[in-house]
Write a protein that binds this ligand. Structure first.
Ligand SMILES: [Zn+2]
Length: 742
């Protein structure tokens, strides 16, 4: 607004008129009308009956990686996409995938016991007795044959081992038993191994997802006594995907590591068991009574151990490289074919997987079918839409990671947005993703109706959050709030390689909250259970299709891509405050605790009937210098505000707007750091990563936060500069984008 204020002002007013009165961010009034009409058609095509049919069909057989059922499903999905008019191909990668050959768990001594390691067939569940099921196992456990005393380690996270140390219990040379919950399962054997354990057992305590929570299957949806949770224990916080090809696509002739050199593989054997199998083992434990927070819902007094009985664990696996099949289906964009909006959900399951992943996949297929119908009658999205049905997600995001690694350069040029789902349930929308997407996503949630209450899915979630809020203050804040907060993305599904390895703006979506069950990764995650307890009318499948479909269509058709980096900036600012508080609190706590230890407080306060050793004194926490980070956040604020001022202004001609769009969708790539995170360089995003000791749980500003948590303060200081550098990179980039349109 320098040269001709009057002229520009009138242009800006027009701009405000043409864009601000549109009810869809990124669309002019006319374009918004066309978009709304298209979305109405899109919705009208969606059918709960189809969602039901896909779920029944795709969960009819066990369909894990490289199984006949898996291959049949990949073919079924491919044929469907082809019939709906998509340019469809199957991309095959060759990945290591171990399957069990020997599984033995027994105990000898005062009581002899042999674990069943088998989920029984149930008459009420039609697919539970099928052949071809993968037995109960943890994929990527090491081969091993170990015999030792047993120690109970609660959830098996680092804090539990600190407690054990105070109880004077060492797990070195022992087998540990941990319960499912709190951390992602792969963390449990990893931390056990770090502490010198030689084997690990993970069991499902009824307090977590069994009779303590509700009636067990088939009366209710919770885990029955012999139900067990399969799952991956690949060290995904190091890197996900094929362990033999980190950073590159696992094509047939890709260069492969030797298995012993793969840094994301465990060295100790680990197996998951049911609580029926766990009970005799836990009963054999001696030593101190477990702290209150460690106790589960079994009818025993929980002890920590060790046992005098010996536990024997023998596991062997068939370590084969096997083919996986990603189904990739495209509708070419009419105006911007080289800009891709990508929508994905995995198709492999541990067994039948009606909930995980088929319920999300079915919604995605219905989205694609509806879009296909529209295209057949002449509709054209502006940008290319790519649907991906991933294989090999369960063992370690294999299909998506290998695809992203193989196509990384092309994706960094073309990918506008990646929209993920991974199963779906009933109740409330849950969503994570890049916060720059919040305003646009909020509009979408306000336009989709909740099937049970007929209010918007935005309000359904909002009202529930308000009712559940812990204080009057919090309730008031939430009542005043008009946008939806996207959670920070950790890991646990196929968005991870897109977001954290190559910096593509990503989202993860699904409904839940009224669909709790205890059948995660068991043979009872079946069509029968899904229909009875999860989404009986399949209307939430349709609701997910509406939310994810709208997100896909709006980003495919927007004239100005609706990224709002002010939201991202505010969120980063919040994370910065958090890490500063974290280091200050830790400094104060450490000083106080060290004083208590020194002055014998722990000795005198000790409970003589259940004595604990005092904690070890810790090194003092130095003051860290956060200035560069704080300055970076404030410079980013200015940049995002001026970007917002110029976006949508009418003095931008079409060519400039087009150039700005490309800048916008690539902006998040500037938050990638050259070296990635310390000791896990595959993760390159400076703002989000799965936690090294939480697994799926996110760590924001991960380099800084984890260095503080692990008390590595020189690294924390170094990581402050790295994160500040990445944020400054984004600022410079956005400032250039602004200059480009002035
Ligand atoms: Zn899944």
């Amino acid at each position: 607004m320098k040269k001709s204020a009057t002229l520009l002002l009138s242009f800006s007013l027009m701009a405000v008129t043409s864009f601000a009165q549109s009810n869809i961010a990124g669309f002019s009034k006319t374009a918004a009308e066309a978009e709304s009409a298209a979305e109405k058609k899109f919705d009208a095509n969606l059918s709960a009956k189809n969602v039901d049919d896909y779920i029944r069909q795709l969960s009819a057989m066990p369909h894990h990686v490289a199984s006949p059922g898996g291959d049949a499903n990949a073919k079924f999905i491919t044929d469907k996409f082809k019939s709906w008019g998509f340019d469809t191909e199957v991309e095959t990668f060759y990945v290591l995938f171990p399957t069990p050959v020997t599984r033995e768990l027994s105990m000898s001594g005062t009581k002899n016991f042999k674990a069943s390691l088998k989920e029984p067939m149930l008459a009420a569940d039609a697919t539970s007795g099928q052949s071809g099921q993968l037995p109960v196992y943890n994929c990527w456990s090491a081969d091993g044959d170990v015999t030792a005393e047993l120690v109970f380690v609660n959830y098996g996270v680092p804090a539990d081992y600190e407690k054990l140390e105070r109880m004077g219990i060492d797990v070195k040379g022992k087998i540990v038993i941990a319960k499912y919950g709190q951390s992602w399962r792969g963390i449990k054997p990893k931390v056990a191994q770090e502490h010198g354990a030689i084997g690990c057992i993970i069991y499902s305590d009824p307090k977590e997802d069994g009779y303590y929570q509700g009636d067990v299957y088939p009366k209710g949806p919770f885990r029955p006594e012999l139900g067990a949770q399969r799952g991956s224990v690949e060290d995904m916080p190091i890197y996900p995907g094929d362990p033999l090809t980190p950073g590159t696509g696992a094509t047939k002739d890709a260069k492969r590591l030797d298995r012993k050199d793969a840094t994301n593989l465990l060295k100790i054997p680990v197996i998951p068991i049911s609580y029926a199998d766990a009970l005799p083992l836990l009963q054999s434990l001696e030593g101190p009574v477990a702290p209150e927070g460690w106790r589960g819902a079994l009818p025993i007094t929980y002890h920590v151990g060790p046992s005098t009985n010996k536990v024997h664990l023998k596991l062997a696996f068939d370590w084969q490289v096997r083919p996986i099949h990603d189904v990739i289906a495209k509708i070419k964009g009419s105006e911007l074919p080289d800009q891709w909006v990508i929508r994905g959900n995995h198709h492999d399951a541990w067994v039948n997987g009606a909930g995980d992943p088929v319920s999300g996949l079915a919604a995605m297929m219905e989205e694609a079918r509806s879009l296909g119908e529209m295209v057949k009658t002449g509709y054209k999205p502006k940008r290319t839409i790519v649907y991906c049905a991933w294989d090999g997600e369960e063992p370690g995001l294999l299909g998506s990671t290998e695809w992203v690694e193989y196509h990384a350069d092309e994706l960094q040029q073309k990918a506008v947005l990646y929209i993920n789902s991974d199963g779906n349930g009933r109740g409330f929308i849950g969503a994570g993703g890049s916060q720059a997407l919040e305003p646009a996503f909020t509009e979408i949630l306000k336009d989709v109706k909740d099937p049970q209450t007929n209010v918007s899915v935005f309000d359904r979630k909002r009202y529930s959050d308000i009712v559940d809020a812990g204080s009057a203050q919090k309730k008031k804040e939430l009542i005043a709030k008009t946008t939806f907060d996207l959670e920070a993305l950790g890991s646990g599904s196929d968005f991870s390689p897109f977001a954290q390895h190559i910096g593509i703006p990503s989202m993860n979506l699904g409904f839940g909250g009224e669909d709790d069950d205890g059948q995660y990764h068991s043979i009872y995650d079946s069509y029968d259970l899904y229909k009875r307890f999860k989404d009986p009318t399949f209307e939430y499948g349709v609701a997910l299709a509406k939310v994810a479909g709208r997100t896909t269509l709006r980003f495919a058709n927007a004239e100005a891509l609706p990224f709002d980096f002010r939201n991202l900036q505010k969120t980063i600012g919040k994370y910065v405050t958090e890490v500063i508080t974290l280091s200050n609190d830790m400094r104060e706590n450490t000083a106080v605790e060290n004083q208590l230890i020194k002055d014998n407080y722990y000795k005198i306060a000790n409970n003589a009937t259940a004595p604990l050793l005092p904690p070890a004194a810790k090194a003092e926490v130095p003051f860290l210098n956060f200035a560069s980070l704080q300055n970076a956040v404030s410079a980013l604020e200015k940049a995002t505000n001026s970007l917002n001022d110029v976006m949508g202004a009418a003095n931008i001609n079409d060519a400039k707007k087009a150039a700005l769009n490309i800048k916008l969708y690539k902006a998040e790539q500037t938050l990638l750091t050259k070296d990635g995170l310390p000791r896990r360089g595959w993760y390159r995003h400076a703002i989000y990563a799965p936690g090294f000791y939480t697994g799926y749980g996110v760590k924001t500003l991960p380099g800084i936060r984890e260095a503080i948590e692990q008390r590595n303060f020189s690294e924390a200081q170094q990581q402050i500069e790295v994160a500040a550098g990445a944020i400054n990179q984004l600022t410079t980039y956005l400032n250039d984008a602004v200059k480009g349109v002035q």
